[in-house]
Ligand binder design. Structure first.
Ligand SMILES: [Zn+2]
Length: 249
């Protein structure tokens, strides 16, 4: 072996040892993390950490889709709190409130008030999780984000009641029948769910919103300031929501 070969082998072993030292060891539980440092995750250690991380990955993808000004409001001064829960006696896949957003990894799949296919049936697919993440982010953005939330809430209530006049003078209306989904909820909540559904469908299945709910589509186009051209297959669970008829229960 000549000097050059020795030098090469020495360097190779240094590189290998460095890789071994710096590579994270799978045996240590890695903390759940978002690619966004302002997303603060709270998940019980009793939860399946892989499942919890899948939800965070779906959330990251949902945030990736959103325009900067929407993300800025969601991020707020102090970031977004995300809680990963397992509430098997609850029918909700997630919820949002002033404290942030929660995702339910194991909602009930029977005994729920709606007869559409539950998302949890066959387990949540990645696209179903992204859809839930967008839906909950919409609740948070429109109704609970601290900085601009109040303005948006008043604006949306106005839209819900009688259509609204934008500062530019162009009339935009929200009410359009049939409602996207949740048509049997009380009017006060219907607007919340309707807005959240339209928001997530606008991003993931824009053609469907545009075709069936052109007024909502136009409204979301103003909110987003852009259009989407994703080609994501629609899961049967979402299809069953969109064609849901409360009179055929
Ligand atoms: Zn909702």
């Amino acid at each position: 072996m000549n000097a050059d070969q020795n030098k090469f082998l020495f360097l190779l072993s240094v590189i290998l040892v460095t890789i071994l030292i710096t590579e994270p060891h799978e045996s240590y539980a890695r903390p759940l993390s978002s690619t966004y440092d302002w997303v603060k995750v709270d998940a019980s250690s009793a939860l399946d950490q892989t499942v919890a991380q899948n939800w965070i990955t779906a959330l990251d993808e949902a945030i990736d889709y959103l325009p900067e000004d929407v993300v800025k409001i969601i991020r707020g001064q102090s970031g977004l709190n995300i809680t990963i829960i397992t509430e098997s006696n609850s029918c909700v896949n997630g919820y949002a409130n002033g404290g942030g957003v929660a995702f339910n990894t194991k909602p009930a799949d029977t005994g729920c008030p709606f007869n559409w296919i539950p998302l949890i049936q066959d387990g949540f697919s990645h696209n179903e999780m992204v859809y839930v993440a967008l839906h909950e982010l919409a609740h948070y953005y429109f109704f609970y984000s601290t900085e601009d939330g109040k303005t948006l809430k008043v604006f949306l209530e106005t839209v819900a009641e009688r259509g609204a006049i934008e500062p530019g003078g162009e009339k935009i209306v929200w009410r359009e029948l049939p409602a996207t989904i949740y048509p049997i909820l009380t009017p006060g909540w219907q607007i919340h769910e309707d807005v959240a559904e339209a928001f997530s469908i606008y991003v993931m299945w824009p053609d469907i919103l545009k075709k069936n709910h052109p007024i909502r589509y136009a409204f979301m186009k103003k909110v987003f300031g852009r259009e989407y051209f994703l080609r994501v297959p629609m899961p049967d669970s979402i299809k069953s929501r969109l064609t849901y008829n409360p009179n055929k229960r």
